[in-house]
Design a protein around this ligand. Structure first.
Ligand SMILES: CC(=O)N[C@H]1[C@@H](OP(=O)(O)OP(=O)(O)OC[C@H]2O[C@@H](n3ccc(=O)[nH]c3=O)[C@H](O)[C@@H]2O)O[C@H](CO)[C@@H](O)[C@@H]1O[C@H](C)C(=O)N[C@@H](C)C(=O)N[C@H](CCC(=O)O)C(=O)O
Ligand SMILES: Nc1ncnc2c1ncn2[C@@H]1O[C@H](COP(=O)(O)OP(=O)(O)OP(=O)(O)O)[C@@H](O)[C@H]1O
Ligand SMILES: N[C@H](CCC[C@H](N)C(=O)O)C(=O)O
Ligand SMILES: [Mg+2]
Length: 487
């Protein structure tokens, strides 16, 4: 039990009806989950408006309501608090409720279109190897040092974030690395958190279904850096044209990294092979098992962050050469007949282009590249023809298939992907709705030394069709199919 007044510490209040000295149980923003003595926070969402559920929440026993406008009639024995933005208020309240856990550890946020999971996960790995207790909030999983939890979002809601940070405090965690998605920033899920640092990876096409324009998408990312304090560091990739934009209004200490441009942290790719990368980072050579030039950026960001957080250069170089790839990110196997199968989470045009270019820069002419790819339903439709174009232009053969159709018709999605294929590439492509069948077809097409890329779903262990989730794991499936076919 806590006193409402204490939970409202530092929340700008517009009006209060009733006494805020009331004792409350929990913070809840979904009326369906309210129980006795809870505080209900009414949030305007993308589908419905929490303000319409205030009465339901009261019927379920809530004793306080946080809202953006007072209801016409007020119930007795309920405290009403009006604020300008309930999502912001929720984030500050969640931090207060759990005892400001982000201030008790060094929290670093990673934002950008691609590379967030890779960087956050590898920083977690690196600091663990250095002997620290570490936390991770990522698309793939949540880690409280060695304890693993399931992740539902890239950046969960602010109550979930703060409750995990509190668990990290209790477990003695010193560093936490978290992904900060544009949805997360826009919905204020990360407001009120004490960040020690922020990393910007890159900004390319994604989520233009949610954000009204690319400029808005950029400004949302920038808002994260605007919010950093002067005690934090902001580390940005300045090979991306929006890198410096992120720093414009930030009070944080500013650092840059790049392969091509002038920067505080510079890297050069000396060797790029299927077994890894040989890099030169600020005059030191380091070998990493991570594959593809885009991973040179990720490794450089990791190196810089570790240094900014106080680790010794020599130790960082040693730890970097020990990093293992992240599940579903360029995860590969080589079958008995020497077919290479790669599973990668590339689900944006830019990520797909990077992965295909990486494979093309490493493979020889006789080794064909067969790509299996599709696009998710209920998500940005404008990326579909772009991904169709990229896949067909940069592969020897393509099998278009379903990703997670969610509530959309899979065939319609496939048609939109196919629409981006240029006439001269038509003959390279086939479309098979069933993803397992599509992967099987790619396996049958492949000859020894060929490469199969299965893109879009990476670590996901399900496929969502007509709103229902079925078990599905690209890596396991291709592994089994190749084994069966090679029997
Ligand atoms: C589009 C989107 O981001 N939606 C998120 C949002 O839900 P919403 O705005 O649609 O909520 P709503 O249904 O309109 O309801 C509004 C409010 O009324 C409440 N309500 C609703 C019904 C009711 O009976 N009673 C009630 O109180 C709801 O609890 C909510 O507080 O707020 C919810 C609570 O935080 C999120 O769970 C939900 O994530 C959905 C599931 C989602 O799929 N989000 C994805 C797109 C997302 O956030 N992805 C990013 C990563 C993207 C990337 O970079 O790749 C992420 O960080 O995971
Ligand atoms: N620095 C990078 N630049 C461009 N592409 C990258 C980079 N790092 C990874 N990728 C590509 O993007 C895909 C997704 O990488 P990752 O999961 O690390 O990104 P993310 O930002 O966490 O994505 P999400 O928004 O879905 O959580 C990878 O599978 C790879 O193909
Ligand atoms: N975080 C991303 C993941 C997309 C993954 C892809 N497999 C899909 O389902 O579209 C999103 O929710 O847009
Ligand atoms: Mg991620």
């Amino acid at each position: 039990m806590m006193i409402l007044k204490d939970i409202l510490y530092k929340v700008p209040l517009l009006a209060v009806a009733g006494s805020t000295t009331v004792s409350v149980n929990n913070l809840v923003f979904d009326s369906r989950k309210v129980t006795t003595k809870d505080v209900f926070i009414a949030i305007k969402g993308t589908v419905s408006d929490g303000h319409d559920y205030i009465q339901t929440a009261i019927k379920q026993g809530c004793v306080a309501v946080i809202c953006e406008h007072m209801p016409d009639t007020l119930a007795d024995n309920v405290v009403y608090v009006e604020v300008r933005n309930t999502s912001s208020a929720l984030a500050i309240m969640a931090s207060n409720f759990y005892g400001m856990p982000s201030a008790n550890l060094k929290l670093v946020g990673v934002t950008g279109t691609n590379g967030k999971t890779t960087i956050a996960t590898l920083l977690y790995q690196l600091f663990k190897s250095a002997g620290y207790k570490v936390g991770l909030l990522s698309t793939v999983k949540i880690m409280v040092n060695d304890m693993e939890f399931k992740a539902t979002h890239t950046t969960p809601d602010s109550i979930t974030i703060n409750s995990y940070l509190k668990q990290m405090n209790d477990a003695g965690v010193e560093f936490c690395f978290m992904e900060v998605s544009s949805h997360g920033i826009h919905q204020k899920r990360t407001e009120g958190l004490h960040f020690k640092g922020g990393i910007f990876t890159n900004l390319t096409h994604d989520h233009l279904d949610y954000h009204s324009s690319f400029a808005e998408y950029r400004d949302v990312k920038k808002a994260f850096f605007d919010g950093l304090s002067k005690d934090a560091f902001a580390l940005v990739n300045v090979d991306d044209k929006n890198g410096l934009v992120m720093l414009q209004n930030s009070a944080a200490k500013k650092y840059t990294y790049a392969l091509k441009s002038y920067a505080d942290y510079k890297a050069q790719i000396l060797e790029n092979q299927f077994t890894g990368l040989l890099l030169k980072i600020n005059d030191n050579e380091v070998w990493t098992r991570l594959i593809g030039s885009f991973n040179a950026y990720n490794v450089l960001a990791i190196y810089a962050t570790a240094e900014l957080l106080g680790l010794e250069k020599v130790e960082i170089l040693r730890l970097v050469s020990d990093l293992k790839s992240v599940s579903g990110r360029f995860q590969y196997l080589i079958s008995e007949s020497k077919i290479t199968a790669i599973v990668d989470y590339a689900h944006t045009p830019d990520a797909l282009k990077n992965v295909l270019e990486t494979i093309n820069s490493i493979r020889t002419k006789n080794e064909e590249l067969i790509t299996v790819v599709g696009c998710g339903g209920d998500r940005d439709k404008t990326k579909r023809p772009k991904m169709g174009h990229i896949a067909s232009a940069l592969s020897t053969q393509v099998v278009f298939t379903s990703d997670n159709p969610r509530t959309e018709n899979p065939e319609t999605i496939l048609n939109e992907v196919e629409a981006g294929v240029e006439p001269q590439n038509f003959k390279k492509t086939v479309s098979i709705i069933n993803r397992k069948q599509a992967i099987k077809t790619a396996c049958q097409m492949a000859k020894p030394n060929d490469i199969i890329l299965i893109a879009g779903k990476g670590h996901e262990t399900y496929q969502e069709i007509h709103g229902e989730r079925f078990d599905f794991d690209d890596f396991k499936i291709v592994q089994e199919l190749l084994k069966q076919l090679e029997k």
